[in-house]
Ligand binder design. Structure first.
Ligand code: 3AM
Length: 370
């Protein structure tokens, strides 16, 4: 149920003004996180007694119509998608100061954090995670939506039971997603360096860019570090454009050939040679390893929707090399630190600088969205 709300203030205060529906319907429990856009809070629906996530986006951050259109774009896309591995949108309001997005609450935090809480991690679990992720992305592509920012930070876990180690992956953040038409070439170079496809850097791409990012995530899940690594964005981009990555380190010695084959098929430089998300879902590695607690890959819903259980070990589970988890921990901590520094820099830039930087991005975003 979507509602639009405008705060009405009576200047003479003779009659009480309408109260913000967030205050009326929800109890704010705690702040989960803050970003340049605003903040995310854990809230409880008073009547339904359910926990949800509230994303508050400050309008003052968005000065032009193009920028405001981007928020509306995120909402319109979230209304179109409906999948067990995509975070649900429940309500959307706005007043003069903020946009309020009420979403499904994911209690397990970021994917990598959930993995790092475990003592071991196996190819079977990686296959479960990839099945859920690829199923969500295939659903978006089927609805002619390209996410454009598939990365571990945008994969949250809806943890059903910490003890049972069963969790469900949820894709979040459709802030830079866009609708596409089959032959349309998108041009906005956007995304996060480690996960960005070569054709996005070159500025002519389609929805296959999401499959590349999923391939990068699979690589990291199996060895703990990204395939294209560098000190700064440019050196990462150079490696991506050259397609320079390897399976040479010791972490790869215990990984199956089938997993490496799938990564190769997802990290094909030319999008036309790369698997689609739906094809990747049917890959032999997924079929071989996606068995955890659900009866295997045949146990999919009519639209290729997997049963959402990760972590129930099938009979033969071979844990990955211990150093892969150590590498993952180092990589994750480094990324968290980088994000904190970037948020600090963004908050200390003056408004004019922020506006110029955002405007350049939004202008091009607008041209892709048209
Ligand atoms: O700052 P951290 O990484 O702990 O994961 C998101 C991030 O947490 C979390 O809010 C923070 C700022 O974006 N987040 C975003 N959407 C969420 C949701 N639907 C969420 N946490 C739970 N449920």
């Amino acid at each position: 149920q979507l509602q639009k709300f405008r705060l009405v203030i009576n200047p003479r205060m003779l009659v009480s003004h309408r109260r913000n529906p967030i205050e009326v319907n929800y109890e704010v429990l705690e702040v989960i996180g803050k970003g340049g856009y605003g903040e995310v809070k854990k809230v409880k629906h008073k009547e339904l007694d359910v926990i949800r996530a509230l994303k508050v986006i400050k309008k003052s951050r968005y000065k032009s119509q193009a920028e405001l259109k981007m928020i509306k774009n995120e909402i319109s896309i979230m209304k179109v998608v409906d999948h067990p591995n995509i975070v649900k949108l429940y309500e959307f309001f706005e007043d003069d100061e903020n946009f309020y997005i009420i979403q499904e609450f994911c209690s397990g935090g970021q994917l990598f954090e959930a993995i790092l809480k475990k003592k071991t991690f196996s190819e079977n679990e990686a296959a479960e995670i990839m099945t859920q992720l690829l199923s969500a992305i295939a659903h978006c592509h089927q609805r002619k939506i390209v996410h454009r920012d598939v990365k571990p930070e945008n994969l949250l876990i809806d943890q059903l039971s910490v003890d049972a180690e069963k969790f469900v992956v949820k894709v979040i953040d459709f802030g830079i997603s866009t609708h596409f038409t089959p032959d349309q070439k998108l041009t906005l170079s956007i995304g996060t360096p480690y996960y960005v496809a070569p054709e996005v850097i070159e500025g002519q791409y389609n929805e296959k860019c999401d499959v590349w990012s999923c391939g990068v995530i699979l690589y990291i899940l199996l060895c703990g570090y990204p395939p294209f690594y560098g000190r700064d964005a440019n050196s990462i981009y150079n490696k991506i454009l050259k397609g320079e990555y390897s399976f040479n380190s010791k972490e790869w010695s215990s990984v199956s050939k089938a997993a490496k084959d799938l990564i190769k098929k997802m990290l094909q430089k030319l999008p036309q040679n790369r698997l689609t998300a739906a094809e990747a879902l049917g890959d032999p590695w997924i079929k071989q390893f996606h068995r955890g607690g659900t009866g295997g890959p045949n146990n999919q819903g009519p639209a290729g929707t997997p049963q959402n259980r990760v972590g129930s070990p099938p009979t033969t589970v071979k844990p990955l090399c211990v150093s892969a988890l150590t590498q993952l921990k180092n990589f994750h901590c480094e990324r968290k630190l980088q994000q904190a520094v970037l948020a600090y820099i963004a908050n200390s830039m003056n408004t004019k600088q922020q506006e110029d930087r955002l405007l350049a991005i939004f202008k091009q975003f607008d041209s892709d969205a048209d």
